[in-house]
Write a protein that binds this ligand. Sequence first.
Ligand SMILES: Nc1ncnc2c1ncn2[C@@H]1O[C@H](COP(=O)(O)OP(=O)(O)OP(=O)(O)O)[C@@H](O)[C@H]1O
Length: 252
Amino acid sequence: MPELPILSVTAISKHYGKLCAVNQVSFQLGSGFHALLGPNGAGKSTLFQLLTGLFAPDQGDIHLNSISIRQHLPQALAQMGVVFQQPALDLDLSVQTNLDFYGRLHGMSKADIRTRSAHVLTQLEIADLAPTPCRNLSGGNRRKVELARALLTEPKLLLMDEATVGLDPASRATLLAYVHRLCREQGLCVLWATHLMDEAEQADQVLVMHKGKLLAQDTPIALMTQTHTTSLLEAFFQLSGESHVETTPTQL
Ligand SMILES: Nc1ncnc2c1ncn2[C@@H]1O[C@H](COP(=O)(O)OP(=O)(O)OP(=O)(O)O)[C@@H](O)[C@H]1O
């Protein structure tokens, strides 16, 4: 029997005035690492804002494990962890206090928060930083703390919006490897927005977004085969009809 989707998005649209930032987008995701690939302005962040209920779509609906985000937002959010593009830690508080605050907001008991934080901080190799004020952390470690916080409630869906922006190559690789491991070992469903080719190339599936539309959803290899290209970058330009003269070979 086919696996039920964890995330199901049906014909959602979002306008800012006359601009259609998300245009009739539909897709379904099961467990695994899914890259949402698109250049600046493609609509990735707007899609994330719709998925997290920050805005309601003008039309369409989103279901997380069959729960409608429109009708039952708190229940849907309880199954979701999010790392937004903009850092969102309280820098004056310690790592542990940031996690405590988030856990309490989600109705976790103090004991559960402590057990779970110790687990995720250890997995991310930053357990020793628990008492440290977030202001004193490097950019890479701040992102790890945001990821730890997103994972505190054991979500089924993890949304990562350009989560590696500003990180050095080693920190970026550690974060990516850890999230891939969570997909493999715990069946997590990850939607990872990026415009970096190497991040998308490692995904189980790539969702190609351009000017508000979802152009394709498939494995990196299948996208290259369908477009008769030998790289994901070329496949993107084939699918979008854009020219890539002005771009670097590693990102859109
Ligand atoms: N609050 C807003 N008001 C008006 N227009 C907006 C708003 N937010 C985004 N837009 C526009 O909607 C379109 C999609 O933007 P969005 O930020 O979703 O794209 P993105 O793919 O996340 O880009 P980036 O990688 O630069 O974050 C862009 O044309 C952007 O200028």
